[in-house]
Design a protein around this ligand. Structure first.
Ligand code: AMP
Length: 344
């Protein structure tokens, strides 16, 4: 069976590494000439608006998925008219725009921090009048890893933005959270659902640095309820990650990722069946694998540079993943996961 993946970054790489031993072939479609999937399958290096190339790609695949939510909606619709696409184009549309996503949370009765659509300075000013500082503005679309975000802490920050082109943004009240968490679940074509343990996440400047799994976390049941609402709403198939802020025992939805997620990398070694394998199982309609944590695990991203191999391989119970990318400041190049108790 041929599985198509839109994108050829590290998530596509890890999906293919999980799927190849199960006997699947992979075909990647990516507009970027840099890729992390060399030797893992055929790569079609064309832009997403090249309809002919997209049709050719779809003709080679039995089922298609994606590694990020910034695929143009029109491309997803075209693909869906040709071959099964999981998660659906409609899921993509609603998760690639922060405003639509937050409105969805409201319609599903999932709590969020206060937010508002911003299309001019007055919108922002009014929000600050109502909720006070600090607030954060974010691009509605195409923002990731903290890109396209500005924190507004004081009046001085606010007035600097007067006269700036402010449109297609959302503003949110900044919360003083106790922790950031995510839950990852997988729903299969045949309706089966499996959940991984809660992930507790540390971001620096909007970028994920570390994640630990939290076995039997008190927030698990609550997070599962919210994840299920989204599964149901979209008639979802595949892995879904849901990020939250936790404040005073409450969790507030931050964002969804309709795909495998960086906070789930520990599942490769920390569970019997990783998020990557379960995503593949889900989209081809196989039974899902066991998601129970095998131990307390910690995952750490390497951003901008990789450590020396000796440093890593001297550590006990540590697994290393090199994404085979050109080093660049701010770029995620690899990660380690390890049983908690050892440190670099
Ligand atoms: P996002 O791209 O929305 O996930 O934002 C990246 C990171 O910025 C989050 O993981 C948080 O650490 C921080 N952040 C975003 N929105 C808020 C908020 N409303 N309050 C506090 N911190 C936030």
């Amino acid at each position: 069976m041929n599985i198509g993946i839109l994108g050829a970054g590290q998530l596509s790489r890890m999906l293919a590494i999980a799927g190849i031993p199960m006997g699947f072939n992979f075909i990647f479609y990516s507009p970027s000439d840099q890729n992390c999937v060399k030797n893992l399958g055929k790569v079609i290096n064309k832009s997403y608006d090249d309809q002919e190339a997209v049709i050719e790609f779809a003709s080679l695949c039995d089922v298609i998925t994606y590694e990020n939510e910034n695929i143009p909606y029109e491309t997803a619709v075209l693909i869906e008219s040709l071959k099964p696409l999981y998660p659906s184009a409609n899921t993509l549309l609603n998760t690639q725009d922060r405003l639509l996503e937050k409105q969805l949370f409201h319609s599903l009765n999932i709590p969020t921090v206060p937010f508002k659509c911003v299309d001019n300075y007055q919108d922002l000013f009014d929000f600050v009048e109502e909720y006070d500082f600090p607030v954060i503005i974010k691009k509605r679309t195409q923002g990731y890893d903290g890109k396209g975000q500005i924190k507004i802490i004081s009046n001085k920050d606010l007035v600097k933005l007067e006269g700036e082109m402010l449109c297609n943004l959302i503003v949110e009240k900044m919360v003083n959270f106790e922790r950031e968490i995510s839950i990852i679940g997988t729903k299969s074509l045949n309706g089966e659902i499996a959940y991984y343990d809660i992930c507790e996440n540390k971001h620096i400047n909007g970028v994920l640095h570390r994640t630990c799994n939290k076995i039997k976390d008190p927030i698990f049941e609550n997070a599962k309820i919210y994840l299920n609402k989204v599964f149901e709403h979209f008639n979802y198939v595949g892995c879904l990650a849901f990020e939250f802020f936790q404040c005073k025992g409450m969790i507030y939805a931050n964002e969804l990722a309709p795909r495998v997620h960086n906070t789930g990398h520990w599942t490769i070694e920390g569970t019997f069946c990783s998020q990557f394998e379960n995503h593949i199982r889900a989209i081809v309609g196989l039974p899902l694998g066991n998601t129970e944590s095998l131990a307390n695990f910690e995952m750490e991203n390497f951003i901008g540079r990789l450590p020396l191999l000796n440093e890593i391989f001297n550590l006990k119970d540590t697994y290393f993943h090199d994404y085979q990318k050109e080093p660049k400041p701010g770029r995620k190049l690899g990660h380690i996961s390890r049983k908690i108790g050892y440190s670099l």
